[in-house]
Design a protein around this ligand. Structure first.
Ligand SMILES: C[C@@](CO)(OP(=O)(O)O)[C@H](O)COP(=O)(O)OP(=O)(O)OC[C@H]1O[C@@H](n2ccc(N)nc2=O)[C@H](O)[C@@H]1O
Ligand SMILES: Nc1ncnc2c1ncn2[C@@H]1O[C@H](COP(=O)(O)OP(=O)(O)O)[C@@H](O)[C@H]1O
Length: 285
């Protein structure tokens, strides 16, 4: 038997860091939502007790470093599943981009194997398993729009933002999340975004207010390390995107655009600037 799952990319509409914790992680407050750019994952039962990963993308690990492999191994161990699985990852989300591609693949693998092996695991338990794989995995299990606290695993679902276009542009650099958090001085953050205002703008579907409230404290680190990300933000703003922000630890920058008539201008303008550019819709519910 075979099952398929879609693994969409996330963006952070806001990302605040409150303090650095004793365990080395950072206490965050983020508003996250999904966009319609997704990997597609195929899972097929194998009679042998093994996990095999393949992908058309030549640039991701296919061994136990792959987050989908780790998700399959975790669920097999925890639920004592003796069958194996062949997992094919059709990658569309750029890697190490701040879009949680690996985390979303892991979450989709948990959901898919739960169905394939008829394990009957509830959503909260899938999220608890996900938290063992990475901070963004619990959110990716359900997707939608949520406020994420703790190290990202404490989730409060909220309603969808007003529908709009999202133009994503990833410059050709790889950013390490651990390095960016490592360089952040949490006590010296210059400007914290207002999570409350972001949530209000979403609740009342006020697109302009949402654009005005976008904020990500990790920009302070990544924009200094990689000036081209700052430049990309400026270009996107000049081209007419109404709200522009770096997603996660970067380097992807997203621009929110309300009118379809403006999307082509932003998209085409960016294509001259970097290769990885996408114009997609929010995945609203
Ligand atoms: C920054 C964010 C924002 O959504 O996304 P990305 O840029 O990775 O997409 C996340 O917080 C990333 O989540 P994720 O990529 O799952 O991180 P993890 O694998 O759990 O952690 C990678 C490393 O980042 C640091 N880390 C992560 C989360 C957190 N709240 N505090 C941290 O200090 C730790 O050093 C950890 O070793
Ligand atoms: N299934 C996967 N897809 C993409 N990257 C993966 C996957 N499994 C492991 N990785 C590794 O995880 C790291 C982070 O990738 P990704 O999740 O795409 O980025 P980010 O955390 O910035 O959103 C990369 O170094 C990549 O090699």
């Amino acid at each position: 038997m075979k099952v398929f799952e879609k693994a969409p990319a996330k963006i952070n509409l806001s990302l605040d860091v409150l303090y650095k914790r004793e365990d080395g992680f950072h206490e965050v407050e983020m508003v996250m939502t999904m966009v319609d750019l997704a990997d597609r994952i195929e899972m097929q039962e194998l009679p042998r007790d093994t996990i095999i990963i393949s992908s058309q993308a030549g640039y991701i690990p296919l061994d136990e470093k792959n987050l989908a492999f780790q998700a399959a191994r975790l669920i097999k161990e925890r639920y004592e599943v003796k069958q194996g699985v062949y997992i094919h990852l059709d990658k569309k989300i750029p890697v190490a981009a701040g879009l949680a591609g690996g985390s979303s693949d892991a979450a989709a693998t948990l959901r898919g194997l739960n169905r394939l092996w008829k394990l009957g695991i509830g959503t909260s338990e899938l999220q608890r398993l996900g938290a063992e794989l990475g901070s963004d995995v619990p959110f990716c299990v359900t997707g939608g729009t949520a406020v994420a606290r703790g190290r990202g695993e404490v989730l409060e679902p909220i309603e969808s933002p007003p529908q709009c276009w999202v133009v994503l542009a990833k410059p050709p650099i790889n950013v390490s999340t651990a390095e960016v958090y490592g360089k952040l001085r949490a006590a010296e953050i210059k400007r914290h975004p207002s999570t409350k205002q972001v949530i209000e703008a979403i609740r009342y579907k006020r697109f302009d207010d949402l654009c005005g409230e976008l904020g990500n404290v990790l920009e302070e680190v990544t924009l200094d390390l990689y000036p081209e990300v700052r430049q990309l933000k400026e270009v996107m703003t000049r081209l007419g995107a109404e709200g522009v922000l770096m997603s996660g630890s970067g380097p992807t920058v997203f621009g929110l655009v309300s009118k379809e008539s403006k999307v082509a201008r932003v998209y085409n303008g960016l294509r001259g600037f970097c290769k990885d550019v996408y114009a997609v819709r929010l995945l609203t519910q």
